[in-house]
Design a protein around this ligand. Structure first.
Ligand SMILES: [Zn+2]
Length: 113
């Protein structure tokens, strides 16, 4: 279950942020997740509940925002959002570079001191 791995990794960062900001409780976490991660929001939610148990983030609200996949064509430099086909919409080349869409970002973290 790769959602659990993602959440576990995120929690080590959440812990650090909470520590730095002297938060005693985390109430809300907003994550931005690239669509290339192929994450299921429901499974992510479940994983969050499991991992957050007995931590500062127990019962926190998890908010997930998807990041669309954006590619740049290595041939002509055209940048575009990917829908179904993984080829350049301008010249048809398949050699593409991912610009956005494979990242996992903690956008906001809210809590109490
Ligand atoms: Zn192109």
């Amino acid at each position: 279950m790769h959602e659990l791995t993602i959440i576990t990794n995120i929690f080590s960062i959440i812990d650090e942020i909470a520590e730095e900001n002297q938060l005693t409780k985390i109430t809300r976490v907003t994550l931005k997740i690239g669509e290339l991660r192929h994450v299921y929001p429901e499974m992510l939610q479940n994983a969050f509940e499991i991992v957050s148990k007995d931590t500062k983030a127990e019962n926190a609200v998890l908010h997930i925002k998807p990041i669309r996949v954006k590619m740049r064509c290595k041939h002509c430099g055209h940048e575009f959002f990917v829908n179904n086909s993984y080829c350049c919409k301008k010249c048809g080349d398949y050699r593409l570079k991912i610009i956005e869409g494979d990242e996992i970002i903690i956008e906001t973290l809210e809590g109490d001191r």
